[in-house]
Design a protein around this ligand. Sequence first.
Ligand SMILES: Nc1c(NC[C@H](O)[C@H](O)[C@H](O)CO)[nH]c(=O)[nH]c1=O
Ligand SMILES: CC(=O)[C@@H](O)COP(=O)(O)O
Length: 171
Amino acid sequence: MATVNLSDYKPLHINNAEDFSIGIVFSEWNDFVTYNLRDAALEILAKEGVKQENIKLFSVPGAFELNYASMQLCKERRFDAVIAIGCVIRGETPHFDFVCDAVAQGIKDCNILTDTPTIFCILTDDTKEQSIARSGGDLGNKGVEAAVTALSMINFKRNLSDKKGNIGFGK
Ligand SMILES: Nc1c(NC[C@H](O)[C@H](O)[C@H](O)CO)[nH]c(=O)[nH]c1=O
Ligand SMILES: CC(=O)[C@@H](O)COP(=O)(O)O
């Protein structure tokens, strides 16, 4: 299990988190980073009361494939939120830019073309060191932020349907 940097995580105490269902799609490319992001997100979801059986994991080869997998899960309307996890590290050619732009656009499309909040937990770094620092290193863990964001967006969506307007945090 990854060492989760919780330094800036404050429990949300979201109501009814035990009923939330979340799909996590993670890429195998740079798994020394993406597994840490994934595990940190899982740890936060557990801390906030999401049942393990309501969290489903899916792996894809690379960040570019997060587009297809995330959109498929969103179209199925199977989850309250989807978290897309990847790590793109710049190489010698413009390929980095195309992959990063494509996955940013693809995850954006999931959010505007479907009813499922889809969280962009994709590191886009110039160096491996930058990625390591953001996946449980000195700069925290983006997986923590992604889990918090997913819970917040599910809550947002539920409050929209409740039409109550309250944010629903806290006991
Ligand atoms: N260089 C990285 C990639 N490249 C692979 C693409 O994401 C994709 O799998 C391929 O182009 C086939 O469609 N992927 C990453 O996730 N991270 C990288 O640093
Ligand atoms: C971001 C990537 O796809 C990366 O592996 C490409 O490396 P390169 O630009 O050196 O081919």
